[in-house]
Design a protein around this ligand. Sequence first.
Ligand SMILES: Nc1ncnc2c1ncn2[C@@H]1O[C@H](COP(=O)(O)OP(=O)(O)O)[C@@H](O)[C@H]1O
Ligand SMILES: [Mg+2]
Length: 269
Amino acid sequence: MTTPTLSARGLVKRYGHVTAIDGADFDLYPGEVLAVVGDNGAGKSSLIKALSGALVPDAGEIKVDGETVHLRTPIDARRIGIETVYQDLALSPAQDIAANMFLGREVRRTGPLRLVRKLDTAKMRTEAQRVLDELDIKVKSITQPVETLSGGQRQGVAVARAAAFGSKAVIMDEPTAALGVAESGRVLALIHRIRERGLPVVLISHNMPHVFELADRIHVHRLGRRVAVVSPETTSMNEVVGLITGALEVGENGAVREVEAAVHTGLSA
Ligand SMILES: Nc1ncnc2c1ncn2[C@@H]1O[C@H](COP(=O)(O)OP(=O)(O)O)[C@@H](O)[C@H]1O
Ligand SMILES: [Mg+2]
């Protein structure tokens, strides 16, 4: 059995009376694209926040390469090599592309200038350009403020940043939600390239065609927990939608089946 790169068991997170994560399990295996799907409010974003240190769960366990980890902040997760592209992208609009790529981990000059802790702007620009080129992300200039970029280009910068610094896994929360068809296509191509580099990717998405185009496995999240993991090769889009809404479930034999009304009404006994 392969050890998951990133896994979780029994995660719980409550906000007052709302249980955002209700005993959720999770497994991401080396080299795969895992799609996480579910209705609005199912708890997908909360789950990935727990996996990226942006929230600390009330209960449960997270493992990286089989070792238990305690992620107290996003910096803890980044140190381990888990990079996340949040729904709001977390970019600094007035700063240029290079500065955004190195946000929070600026390259300082070595030598005497280090005393004044001057940023090595030239080095950051060269490196940022190299990463954009490698991922085939086209921008006019690396010194453009991020606020002058299109939605797709901004998404590209956020994804490139994650791909550049991620050594373990890249997590993306709805990366194509705000994009047009052409821009979405470029982000999907980026995810392909990240996988080709051997980095596993967690893709949270509402978009079934995107999920079916990219995912090796599909994790279905409902009411705060994982209710199924299915293969896009053997499961149809309609079946995945049924699992999301709760009309369908995965039976003991692993096959997708209708949920019997009798089970709900307690008449089955
Ligand atoms: N910071 C928060 N405070 C209170 N409730 C929250 C917070 N974050 C999420 N929730 C609630 O938790 C549930 C799951 O939300 P979320 O994880 O954003 O789901 P999804 O990403 O699947 O739409 C929702 O009912 C949401 O309103
Ligand atoms: Mg969300």
